[in-house]
Structure formats: structure tokens, C-alpha cells
Design a protein around this ligand. Sequence first.
Ligand code: HEM
Ligand code: HEM
Length: 201
Amino acid sequence: MNGEALRTAGLPGTVETTAAPAAAARYALPAILLHWLQAALVLWLLWLGWNMVELPKGAERSAAYALHKSLGIVALLLVLARLVVRRLAPPPAPLATVAGGREAVLAQAAHRVLYALLLVLPLAGYLASSFTPYAMKFFGIELPRLGAPDEALNAAFKQVHLVAGWALVALLGLHVAAAVRHALRRDGTLSRMLPGRLSRN
Ligand code: HEM
Ligand code: HEM
């Protein structure tokens, strides 16, 4: 390692220029696995949510709601796990090509809002479901409710759930568009969210 590399290694906002830059500048493997697992789950939940509300009352609708609630709780647990992993293994510093610029600030802000929505959405769903007369189960296990049936509170949290759902869709559109743009520029941003063997760009 030369003197310059020694000085920049590990400093926030810089990327190491040692013999193994890719290893130093990527997300930790648990963060990568949780990102893709949660991405797949949340896309499924959005699809399931908008489909189930259109179903006629009956067994199929009840089963879809039960699955949505159980998977939604898994999504909540996954975001909590991601936040713990993030604390233990912080994300890599922005790449030198974007560090300090407007793009890096926007990306950071977008990630914060994504995390906030990933917390608010399932919590609002849990609260909305708490104030209905219907059972709330996690894969068959009865969950504690946070109150007695109350139509006004149910409607209020359903509204929060709906608005947060649309906000998440809008932000994910920007998020995926930004990821595609980075991939086309081959600037290494997508690589650091991929497991080592898949990140050869
Ligand atoms: C095709 C879909 C997706 C692609 C290509 C993608 C790509 C990426 C990439 C490349 C990063 C790292 C950005 C950087 O290093 O600055 C990232 C971060 C992130 N993504 Fe995605 N993503 C996708 C879907 C999703 C979905 C559906 C969610 C939400 C459930 C999500 C939530 C996040 C969050 C919260 C971060 C910030 C990670 C952190 O810094 O802790 N992504 N994504
Ligand atoms: C990240 C996790 C979640 C996502 C992305 C998600 C997404 C959605 C979407 C898109 C809808 C349809 C739009 C609407 O009418 O509100 C919906 C509806 C619903 N969700 Fe979720 N949801 C999540 C978590 C949860 C959780 C944890 C629960 C409860 C434990 C829940 C309970 C409900 C209920 C009861 C509805 C129907 C609302 C109605 O009848 O109007 N959701 N969800």
C-alpha cells in the first residue's frame, strides 16, 4: 500500500485505492442478502395488496389477507434486521465519482425515506388490522392487537397504509431507475449491492 492509499483508506467519503478496492467498497454480504430478499418480498406484497382488495368476499379473499398480513410482518422483521446490520456494518462510502456531490446527498436522502416507508407501511397495516373485528395471525399464530374494533381508527391507519404504499412505489421507481442508470454507466454502484461473484462490471 503506498502512502496516499494509507492516508485515504477507511476515511468517510473516500474509496480505498489499495490492491483490493472492490472488497473494501462493497456492502456486507448480510446487507446484500437482506436487500434482495426484502426487495422481492416488498414487490410481492405490493402486488398482493392491490390484488386482494379487489377480490369478492369469501375464502380466497380471507386467505389472501391472511398471507398478506403474515408476509407483511416478515417484511417488518426484515427491515429491523437490515437496520441492525447497517449499524454493525455501515454501508461503504460513496464512490469517488459521486462523493461530495448532489447525487450522493440525494441517494442518502432517498435511502433514509425508503427505510422510513418500510417501517411506516407494515406498522400502519398492523395498526389498521388491530382495530378490526377480524383475527390477525402470523402464519396461524394469533397476534396481540393494539386495541378494540374501531372503525374510525381502522380507516385512518388504512389511509396511512395506502398513502405510504403509493409513496413507496414512486420512490422505488426512482430507486430502480437510478440503479439502471448506474449500471449503464458501469460505475460500480450496482456491483457493490451484488454478491462478489456476480459483480464483474
Ligand atoms: C430491481 C430492483 C432494485 C435494484 C436494482 C436495487 C439496487 C440497489 C443498489 C445498487 C443499492 C446501493 C446503492 C448505493 O450503493 O448507493 C441499493 C440500496 C438500497 N435499496 Fe435497492 N434495489 C432494488 C430494489 C429495492 C427495493 C424493492 C427496495 C425496498 C424494499 C430497496 C431498498 C433499498 C435500500 C433501503 C437501500 C439502501 C441500503 C443502505 O444503504 O442501507 N431496493 N439498491
Ligand atoms: C412492507 C409491507 C407491506 C406492504 C408493501 C403492503 C402493501 C399493501 C398494499 C399495496 C395494499 C393495497 C392498498 C390499500 O388498499 O391499502 C395493502 C392493503 C392492506 N394491507 Fe398491507 N402491506 C404491508 C404490510 C402489511 C401488514 C404488516 C399488515 C397487517 C398486519 C397489512 C395489512 C393490510 C390490510 C388489512 C390491507 C387492506 C386494506 C383495505 O382493505 O383497504 N399490510 N397493503
